[in-house]
Design a protein around this ligand. Structure first.
Ligand SMILES: Cc1cc2nc3c(=O)[nH]c(=O)nc-3n(C[C@H](O)[C@H](O)[C@H](O)COP(=O)(O)OP(=O)(O)OC[C@H]3O[C@@H](n4cnc5c(N)ncnc54)[C@H](O)[C@@H]3O)c2cc1C
Length: 396
């Protein structure tokens, strides 16, 4: 086989699949940001590549990938387009929850469709009454025989207009406590999906995620409850939160790495060497700090991947501290990296919207990272855990 002949999709390795989709993300990144539209062509490329089924076990037709694969793919995709990277990564977070916790009926029906790229799954956890708080829900499920009715406001749903399915947190019943949360899967065809009146999506960054508000209502079988009635806490602790934090951190790190790659290409080019003094102590110190931020974030991701694979007790304070800390650290440092790179290359290359380098877009995109599950919320939880972990259990 020559270098120009790609192997058939079914026989490609994960790296080949990623290489095939990156040019599509590159081509569309600027336009989906400018127009705040969903990246339809990049998602189609991802569906065709098999990567939508990265975490689906091979027995169900998926690629059977692990968290290491998730990290690498999320980072590569996000280096080209953070909106598309996050859309894909959040889909994988939903797939992981389904692959591990769904009952046999739902697994048999859904996993082959996920593996084939037919179903893109959006996430519904935020709710108007409670904001981002993950482990509570207010809208109740209502049961009728073996059917469950749901009616849910969803103030911010990434890719909600384009999703083929939804994983939704609901209070388990009218009389249950808000902490009694069930996770429910619904195909789009099982729901009535309505946009809020006068809906528009015009945020500062992450514009391609098209994360508008939805109203969802419909009826699903009891077997659509993932992890059992009231079982979301266990799903969240074992799978949903670890995979989510690892996936988001990898996306943000990948975007920041993409920014450094672009800057290095510029400053080392013949034209760049005329404009930038590569012997400058200030420039070198700035680049050294940027690289340190990327390396420490990558190291923390690797440790949390290890924790997730090994931890017999996902509630152990040191495991929780690193997991929450990863989300906070990656959000802060990836944004700081792009901020520092804007200083390195200056106004013409770093601040103008039509500059060839994507720093201005990445800066706006990464500003969302601390808000996408509020850092303040996680720091509050970690502060309490620091007081409990008197032995200060570091990963040494
Ligand atoms: C690009 C993007 C995509 C998203 N996609 C989705 C999606 O697909 N599905 C979905 O369900 N949600 C999604 N979200 C929502 C996200 O997960 C958060 O739930 C949401 O951004 C939180 O909104 P909030 O800041 O209003 O609420 P909160 O997290 O409730 O925070 C409100 C304010 O209170 C502060 N605060 C909250 N708790 C504490 C605390 N304990 N201590 C101190 N201060 C605190 C926060 O710092 C913040 O200032 C997305 C968000 C973004 C930015």
């Amino acid at each position: 086989m020559t270098a120009t002949q790609a192997p058939p999709v079914a026989r490609q390795g994960i790296g080949d699949r990623v290489a095939a989709v990156l040019p599509v993300l590159r081509e569309h990144a600027r336009r989906v940001d400018a127009d705040a539209t969903f990246p339809t062509a990049p998602l189609d490329a991802l569906r065709h590549s098999g990567l939508m089924g990265l975490l689906v076990p091979t027995a169900h037709g998926g690629l059977g990938g692990g968290l290491d694969d998730l990290v690498r793919v999320a980072a590569e995709l996000s280096g080209e387009c953070l909106s598309t990277g996050m859309i894909w990564a959040m889909h994988c977070q939903q797939v992981a929850a389904l692959a591990v916790h769904a009952g046999p009926e739902l697994r048999a029906d859904l996993l082959p469709r996920l593996a084939a790229g037919q179903v893109y799954v959006a996430s519904v956890t935020s709710e108007k009454v409670k904001g981002g708080h993950l482990l509570s829900a207010h809208a109740p499920l209502r049961r009728e025989g073996d059917r469950v009715h749901l009616e849910r406001d969803a103030p911010i749903v990434t890719g909600g207009s384009n999703a083929d399915g939804f994983l939704i947190t609901m209070k388990d019943s009218d009389t249950a406590q808000p902490a009694d949360v069930s996770l429910v899967y619904a195909d789009r065809a099982q729901l009535t999906v309505r946009h809020a009146e006068g809906f528009s999506w015009d945020p500062m960054g992450m514009r391609g995620t098209h994360s508008g508000p939805l109203q969802l209502s419909g009826v699903v079988p009891e077997s659509a409850i993932v992890g059992g009635a009231g079982g979301f806490r266990e799903v969240a602790l074992r799978t949903f939160v670890p995979v989510g934090h690892i996936a988001w951190a990898s996306c943000w790190l990948g975007a920041a790495r993409g920014a450094l790659r672009a800057v290095l290409e510029l400053v080392r080019s013949p034209a760049g060497r005329k404009q930038f003094d590569l012997d400058s102590d200030l420039l070198r110190a700035r680049l050294a700090r940027v690289r340190l931020d990327l390396d420490t974030t990558a190291a923390l991701i690797a440790q949390v991947v290890r924790d997730t694979g090994l931890a017999p007790d996902p509630e152990a304070p040191d495991v929780q501290l690193r997991l929450n800390g990863l989300k906070v650290h990656a959000a802060e440092r990836s944004f700081a990296v792009v901020d520092a790179l804007v200083e390195v290359v200056g106004l013409r290359h770093g601040y103008l919207r039509d500059a060839p380098l994507p720093l201005e877009r990445m800066f706006r995109d990464l500003r969302s990272a601390s808000l996408n599950y509020a850092n303040d919320r996680l720091l509050g939880a970690n502060g309490a855990l620091v007081l409990v972990d008197r032995g200060v259990g570091l990963a040494l």
